[in-house]
Design a protein around this ligand. Structure first.
Ligand code: MSP
Length: 564
């Protein structure tokens, strides 16, 4: 088999990760906070569901760093499998060429959206294949993998054997399965059933393995239902060549689970043959995983049953089982956005060419406009519906009218009334104190929301803070006070307050909207101290004599033409 097995190209050598900005990870300093995402299938273009998950995990990683933790963030691509092989055949190219082209589209998107993982998974990477084979060989040697012949109903379209419970109520096979025929095939099976009792016990004694908690309850019920069933882990090469060969039988490749799920460990240094030389992090620094960020469709059975059992069977102890964060779906008109099903977007106004394509949304509202929408308009764990109207309302109202407007008017007034320089003042009032208190409360509130990763609440608090700052300007009316030189101290104090509030907002926004944070700071003429954490935020970061920068529109409004 020649499909690059011999190549030693490590994923991160090919990718632009090394040149990426942002805080880079430094190993060897004790346990890091380890965040991973699901790896995306490379059988088609990325869509907003993929973008949401990666932006969510990237924001979590940035937030944890801002809170003072050492963080390692891993993401990447699931490159093997039947669907990729078929898509490549259809496109008339080899799987290698096909996968490279699709992978590069994902990478370009993450680059554009400022998703900045510290490690990058590509499952065709030779270091990954070695670990997968190593685990399979161990389990085979221990008798945990066996071969058997199965005769049953096989869906040609979905490339899998079906169970009786897959039949419709009238006994037929639903249309989703396409042609269903009776087949007999020999394959390898992993003795999952030997471990389901262990998993049940583990889940019962570790109720915080999965967030949100209702997903753990669902999982526990599913584990009870799956008792007695083993897991098919191979496909004959006659049917699937684009995969990792079984180390103990060269006529087969491993099918999906050991290939895909193992990435979270193999790219974290599990059983690394060349520690220190391989370019992978140290297992002891990362494991166990603190947050596997996955969608609700892949918890049961893959990440909730197969993955913990695979780890357990390979000797990972109970106290090192991963924690899983399950997010919901972005839907369109109530239906999950996916590659396979096209949902007609019948928005009245069409400014965004394709609502499913993250690039098309970013073309209109920018990378941070998209990040903001995807994080602000969904509660972590729940579902949400995407629409052009929701995106534009979020952008034009929250970002342009409230945040952008606050910065712009602050800088313009400061130039007009103070020549752009903040000066010492003594003027104070209840309104001033109210704004100060609201702003300095933000980090504590954010830390509370982020215990359950409720980023939308963090963002809502920041936008509320900016709204309050706008009201503060409206009520204190520096534009009126400035007419009388006797009010110079009052005007200076108002400017001081809104500029300082803006500096705080920029830091608080930086995990979700890194570009915007940098642009606000640039316009404020403020360089935050290196390594600034949430705990360092205090009132008075802009000193006497601070010179503010040039105002530039942060979020130019998107004009929505009248329908009709
Ligand atoms: N390759 C597998 C995961 C590896 S383990 C077997 C896979 N890939 S995927 O490309 O289909 O999905 C990747 C991630 O995107 C999953 O966590 C999935 O839940 C998420 N999303 C895909 N569509 C989604 C939405 N419409 N909304 C939110 N996230 C969803 O599964």
């Amino acid at each position: 088999m020649q499909w690059g097995w011999g190549s030693t190209s490590a994923a991160e050598d090919r990718l632009p990760l090394k040149g990426w900005a942002g805080p880079s990870w430094v190993g060897g300093m004790g346990k890091q906070f380890y965040i991973t995402t699901a790896i995306d299938y490379t059988n088609g273009a990325p869509h907003i569901g993929h973008a949401y998950e990666k932006i969510l995990a990237d924001t979590m990683a940035r937030f944890k760093r801002l809170a003072g933790s050492e963080v390692y963030f891993l993401s990447g691509l699931d490159q093997h499998g039947q669907k990729v092989q078929l898509s490549a055949e259809k496109a008339g190219v080899t799987p290698e060429v096909f996968v490279r082209e699709v992978s590069d589209r994902f990478i370009a998107l993450w680059d554009r959206l400022n998703v900045r993982p510290d490690g990058w998974v590509e499952t065709t990477d030779v270091r990954h294949k070695r670990v997968v084979q190593d685990m399979l060989q161990q389990l085979f040697d221990e008798g945990q993998i066996y071969k058997k012949s199965l005769r049953g109903w096989y869906s040609v379209r979905q490339e899998q054997f079906l169970n009786e419970k897959d039949r419709e109520a009238d006994g037929s096979w639903g249309g989703q399965w396409g042609l269903v025929e009776e087949r007999e095939e020999e394959n390898y099976y992993f003795r999952l059933s030997d471990h389901t009792a262990w998993l049940r016990g583990y889940l019962e004694t570790h109720p915080d393995m999965i967030y949100p908690a209702n997903r753990q309850t669902q999982l526990l019920n599913a584990v009870k239902d799956s008792e007695g069933v083993d897991l098919c882990i191979s496909r004959p090469k006659s049917r699937l060549t684009w995969g990792i060969p079984l180390p103990f039988d060269d006529d087969y490749v491993t099918f999906v689970w050991f290939d895909a799920l193992t990435n979270y460990a193999s790219f974290a240094g599990f059983r690394d043959r060349e520690p220190g030389v391989s370019g992978l992090p140290r297992w002891e620094d990362l494991w166990p995983c603190d947050a596997h960020v996955i969608g609700k469709d892949i918890l049961i059975p893959a990440h909730g049953i197969y993955w913990p059992i695979m780890l357990h069977a390979c000797g990972v102890p109970d106290e090192q089982m991963p924690k899983i964060l399950v997010h919901g779906w972005w839907n369109m008109k109530g239906k999950k956005v996916s590659k396979s099903e096209k949902i007609e977007d019948d928005s009245v106004v069409k400014v965004i060419a394709d609502l499913v394509d993250p690039n098309a949304i970013a073309d209109v509202v920018g990378a941070d406009g998209l990040r903001y929408f995807l994080l602000a308009d969904i509660a972590t764990g729940g579902d949400s519906d995407i629409s052009e109207e929701r995106i534009l309302v979020r952008y034009n109202k929250d970002l342009a009218d409230i945040l952008g407007n606050l910065l712009n008017r602050t800088l313009n007034m400061a130039r007009k009334y103070l020549g752009g320089t903040l000066v010492a003042t003594t003027h104070d009032s209840e309104l001033h104190a109210g704004l100060r208190e609201a702003v300095v409360a933000l980090p504590g509130k954010a830390l509370g929301h982020m215990k359950t990763w409720q980023i939308h609440q963090v963002l809502a608090d920041i936008i509320d803070g900016a709204r309050l700052a706008n009201e503060f300007v409206d009520k204190t009316a520096p534009f009126k006070l400035a007419k009388d030189p006797a009010n110079a101290d009052a005007v200076a104090s108002i400017m001081r307050h809104v500029a300082e509030a803006m500096a705080h907002f920029s830091v608080m926004l930086s995990p979700a909207m890194p570009e915007t944070a940098a642009r606000i700071q640039g316009q404020l003429g403020w360089v935050p101290p290196v390594g600034l954490t949430l705990g360092d935020l205090r009132w008075g970061m802009l000193p006497d004599g601070h010179v503010l920068g040039e105002p530039q529109p942060l979020f130019p409004k998107v004009q929505v033409a009248a329908a009709g």
